[in-house]
Ligand binder design. Structure first.
Ligand code: GLN
Length: 348
């Protein structure tokens, strides 16, 4: 069961602007200090190279839509983006092929099952269900336009780099380690092919998907990538438009319902933000119009979500006023003051 561990933290409402920069810095540092000593969860090892991660790594970054960055801990440590790539490849694909096509061909509903579930595909007449589980992500990658595999891959790598505001590189060790062991993803791709649900050859789709998962990022990159979705598709650090505002909106809707796998409901209930996690320990959580949190810590819960990362996001969602569902009554909020007189402690 997911434990947010924030019942003693008052909820600041979403209404209004972010607090002042110095206050954000202070809260990011506080979130780090509060959870750095937590040792619950285990490092993923089903992709052999991931088991080499240091379980103590913990980096946190908040990038706001004005381009301000607030970072603490291991924010410079590079790790493979893994499933978080699904969010941004979805955005690139949707931007090219449109809202309706994605909805009809891949789907936009949660499976309620694990990220790599074969049963989910079988239970739904071959539908991959949504772009945030492996089956749907492989199907989405196959929809990225390109004359051949290399062109598709370049488009994905360049697109994700534009989200991050810097050129992202493939981690060759991760790519090879996953390529030797990703039998299940090959099985999922074949299964989709058998239902005529894959736009390109299964081996090619899995190879590009494995590459996108092997791109090396930092917590700082995740926060910037998320902040681009928070900023209507424009990267707040480079000023470049990466996707349309409609695509940014669609991506966030999907992340709210499907981004944290079968735990998406619990996550939304506790934290109230669209988010995406990956098995190397990254989480990106996005507050539309405000900014994004990038978190990295490799110890995972049973669903494959970073334990420290989830807790830090819960803390920041409350203290920075990021929970989308937390409103303050009209007239009680001082705009831009970053304080909320209605913030109350939870009773439980
Ligand atoms: N590349 C990983 C896989 O396909 C991504 C999974 C994840 O991050 N949950 O298994």
């Amino acid at each position: 069961m997911f434990q947010a561990d924030v019942n003693d933290v008052p909820q600041l409402s979403f209404t209004g602007a972010l607090p002042q920069d110095a206050r954000i810095d202070q809260l990011v540092a506080e979130a780090h200090a509060r959870y750095a000593g937590h040792d619950d969860g285990v490092v993923a090892d089903y992709i052999p190279i991931l088991a080499e991660a240091d379980p103590a790594w913990f980096g946190l970054s908040v990038v706001d839509v004005d381009g301000g960055a607030h970072a603490v801990g291991d924010v410079g440590v590079a790790f493979s983006i893994q499933s978080i790539s699904k969010a941004f490849v979805f955005a690139l694909a949707a931007d090219e092929i449109g809202h309706d096509t994605i909805r009809e061909t891949v789907g936009v509903n949660n499976t309620g099952l694990a990220f790599n579930s074969v049963v989910a595909v079988e239970l739904n007449d071959g539908s991959p269900m949504n772009p945030m589980v492996n089956a749907g992500a492989i199907a989405t990658t196959a929809l990225v336009p390109g004359a051949h595999a290399d062109e598709r891959w370049q488009r994905i790598r360049d697109g994700l780099s534009r989200f991050a505001g810097r050129p992202l590189a493939l981690d060759g060790e991760v790519y090879r380690s996953e390529s030797f062991t990703n039998h299940r993803n090959h099985a999922l791709a074949r299964l989709l092919q058998s239902y005529d649900r894959l736009a390109i050859a299964p081996d090619e789709a899995v190879d590009i998907y494995t590459r996108q998962c092997s791109l090396a990022v930092t917590a700082q990159d995740l926060a910037t990538m998320g902040a681009t979705l928070a900023d209507g598709g424009v990267n707040p650090l480079t000023g470049e438009r990466v996707v349309s505002a409609q695509t940014a909106r669609d991506t966030l809707a999907l992340l709210a319902s499907c981004g944290m796998y079968e735990r998406s409901g619990e996550w939304l209930f506790e934290i109230g933000l669209p988010a995406k996690s990956g098995v190397s320990g990254g989480i990106v959580a996005i507050a539309p119009g405000k900014g994004a949190i990038g978190a990295f810590s490799p110890r995972l819960d049973e669903a494959g979500n970073s334990v420290r990362g989830q807790r830090a996001c819960a803390f920041l969602s409350r203290t920075l006023g990021l929970n989308l569902f937390a409103s303050a009554p009209r007239g009680t909020h001082a705009p831009g003051a970053g304080t909320d007189p209605t913030a109350v402690k939870e009773s439980s």
